[in-house]
Ligand binder design. Structure first.
Ligand SMILES: [Fe+2]
Ligand SMILES: [Fe+2]
Length: 336
């Protein structure tokens, strides 16, 4: 079997494909200003400046929308860690370097806009938010290199990075979009649509760079793809209490197993023609087959999740019915 290409060789080989993708991004991207999406007149000073500190009663958005928006913001806040990962695996020369900086600048806009919105509208406890931000950023985001979880996870090579980020950008695109809908508030919805449109452009950049990678070194790309999908974790996984928050995000329909499989994993695998390609050999061919198994396993998780969700909804409907009946009874016995 041929020897794997080094990252340096891959960066050189991929550069002719990367340059037009960067140019395409610059034609398609739209500059926008976070301040245009913030209802400043709804804001007031906090206690330190003679105003009032945050109180839970001030929050207007639903619990699910607030949890999702806070997780999305904290995820964006960890940008220095993602920049570090990307910058370490890319080069800072030519179109690669331009992309790293441009992408970082666009991502930074997301954190600015979401923070301004949440703090001005008082939909989040700003003290808790700041505490979580510091905690998360101190933990960092570099699963493999910092040995935070199992050793040698993703992002240890160029392919690990571009393939992981493809799925991550698509996951954040969908998550921002669905959070916007869950807010049921037109300004938040517009803001999150805007952010989501950026994430889509980021996703197609990384997706198409990865696709070029599959052409140059299919076996090597397959190894990274397998590692990324078998160990996939959302970028926000280092946020304290992430698991509990992810459960409410899933039960609120913002990001759940069905969305993960149907809207994130499958569209990318189809675009890369993973199950049709005939250029995988040896270990990589076996890894492709294992991805087929992974898709089946994810489908089982979806089915279980949907059954549990249906049961929960039925239980909630019954409780609501009983409550309504009881209220009616109390109303008629008091003669009102
Ligand atoms: Fe973002
Ligand atoms: Fe992005």
């Amino acid at each position: 079997m041929s020897k794997d290409l080094t990252d340096l060789q891959l960066l050189t080989e991929l550069e002719p494909a990367v340059e037009p993708l960067v140019n395409r991004h610059m034609r398609m991207t739209k500059d926008w200003n976070p301040h245009d999406y913030i209802p400043w007149s709804d804001g007031k000073n906090y206690y330190a400046l003679g105003g009032q500190d945050w109180d839970p009663d001030q929050a207007q958005l639903s619990e699910v929308a607030r949890v999702a928006m806070m997780v999305n913001l904290l995820t964006e806040d960890n940008l220095p860690a993602y920049h570090r990962e990307i910058a370490m695996n890319f080069t800072m020369d030519g179109p690669w370097g331009f992309w790293v900086n441009r992408w970082t600048a666009e991502e930074n806009r997301h954190g600015i806009a979401l923070r301004d919105y949440l703090v001005v509208t008082r939909n989040v406890d700003p003290v808790e938010l700041e505490m979580l931000r510091i905690e998360q950023m101190t933990r960092g985001f570099s699963p493999g290199q910092n040995q935070q979880v199992e050793a040698d996870l993703f992002a240890a090579s160029l392919f690990d990075s571009v393939i992981y980020v493809t799925f991550q950008e698509l996951a954040t695109r969908v998550s921002h979009r669905n959070t916007g809908r869950a807010c049921e508030e037109p300004i938040a919805d517009q803001l999150l649509q805007r952010v989501s449109a950026d994430e889509n452009l980021h996703m197609i950049f990384y997706r198409d760079v990865s696709e070029a990678g599959f052409e140059i070194a299919p076996d090597q790309a397959m190894k990274s793809l397998h590692k990324v999908l078998r160990n996939f974790r959302m970028p926000g996984f280092t946020i304290p209490d992430f698991r509990r928050r992810a459960v409410s995000i899933a039960s609120g329909g913002i990001y759940d197993p069905r969305i993960h499989l149907d809207d994130i994993v499958m569209p990318v695998l189809k675009k890369w023609r993973i199950f049709e390609r005939e250029d995988f050999s040896g270990e990589s061919a076996a890894l492709r087959d294992d991805l087929g198994l992974l898709v089946e396993e994810l489908q089982e998780t979806v089915d279980k999740f949907e059954v549990a969700k249906q049961r929960r909804l039925e239980r909630q409907a019954k409780v609501a019915e009983k409550k309504a009946a009881r209220n009616q009874l109390v109303g008629s016995s008091t003669g009102s």
